[in-house]
Design a protein around this ligand. Sequence first.
Ligand SMILES: Cc1ncc(C[n+]2csc(CCOP(=O)(O)OP(=O)(O)O)c2C)c(N)n1
Ligand SMILES: [Mg+2]
Length: 433
Amino acid sequence: MATAFSSINVVQHARCDNFSVASRKPSSAFLGSTYSIRLSPSASRSASVSAAVNRKASSVSAVSEVVKEKKQKSVSSGSNLLITKEEGLEVYEDMVLGRVFEDMCAQMYYRGKMFGFVHLYNGQEAVSTGFIKLLKKEDCVVSTYRDHVHALSKGVPAREVMSELFGKTTGCCRGQGGSMHMFSKEHNLIGGFAFIGEGIPIATGAAFTSKYRREVLKEADCDHVTVAFFGDGTCNNGQFYECLNMAALWKLPIVFVVENNLWAIGMSHLRSTSDPEIWKKGPAFGMPGVHVDGMDVLKVREVAKEAIGRARRGEGPTLVECETYRFRGHSLADPDELRDPDEKARYAARDPIAALKKYMFENNLVKEAELKAIDKKIDELVEDAVEFADESPQPSRSQLLENVFADPKGFGIGPDGRYRCEDPKFTEGTAHV
Ligand SMILES: Cc1ncc(C[n+]2csc(CCOP(=O)(O)OP(=O)(O)O)c2C)c(N)n1
Ligand SMILES: [Mg+2]
């Protein structure tokens, strides 16, 4: 079945995002971090992109074309807007929630309320919101260690996410997961994963489950989709390729979303990847590959709609590369001294929240007071989450070994049937076991 993706070819892709890289490599629309950038369409098209046109134009999409088509449709229906007022407010609220929540995490981390590594999502909100707000509750999301905002977009209450970060029993994993392991069965958030790439096979398995339930168990209404989020650095990991292969082979209902923020800790994507245009790996496996401006939630949404729709209709997987940027260091332990200040400033100027605000004002979709009311509501919600987390109880020591399957010497259940860690001397390191 023809989709919006398959009807569009890669020539437009090279022109689509209004950006081009001035130097020779990579020479397509990709925004490289160590290459100077011109904000005008490229005069010369990349040889590799032209070759790709000849090779497999049919399965590659141009984001701007998807958006343009949608625009044309809405013009013919009397509106030229990419979003309704209600949708705009929902999207704005979700992005502000992500931003304010993360800023609060930074404060709480430096006040010693959180432990271990904490990776924030500031700057990347358009990706989480653009995809997840289009999902149903039954759809699955798989994340990485940069997972708080994916959890919030999927509907996990801010109180539960904050409590998890504080290591409290009221957290979505009862305080046992912490920052990098958000999980909620109720919301079908099947995990943040600290090892890069580990979430991709889990997501592929979740998508297989949906297909198996529909086709083998004959649950006709099981049209659930899985969205897997992961970074650019992770795409150099073997599990990514294995799963692209399996997902295409079995036409699984999954969307692979690469959050290409140009950096893997302190390693530039352009230094570490033979062909930095990740979206091209989709067609190599027989699925559409799409490159979208991940700082523009409206563009992300249009691509997400098409990719999620494809998966839901049983047409198989899509690889989407969202080009985005993190506004803070890799984690809160990173002084962020490696990235070029000019690069940071360039992306700060493209803040996705500010861009959506501008679009909504320019199109008279909202009044400033309406957005201010949302800002206030979110500030209060995040304050409440902190208070709730702070006042919540610590897990009991007996919870320490729950869900631990191995029984290393000194741990596990003693002859009295109690967890050995419950021995008061255990934490002093003097227990005799
Ligand atoms: C299997 C594995 N190898 C190495 C690491 C160490 N590590 C943590 S984050 C990271 C970089 C990942 O970068 P990217 O995928 O671009 O995600 P981002 O942090 O930019 O969101 C690495 C290599 C890890 N967590 N897991
Ligand atoms: Mg990265």
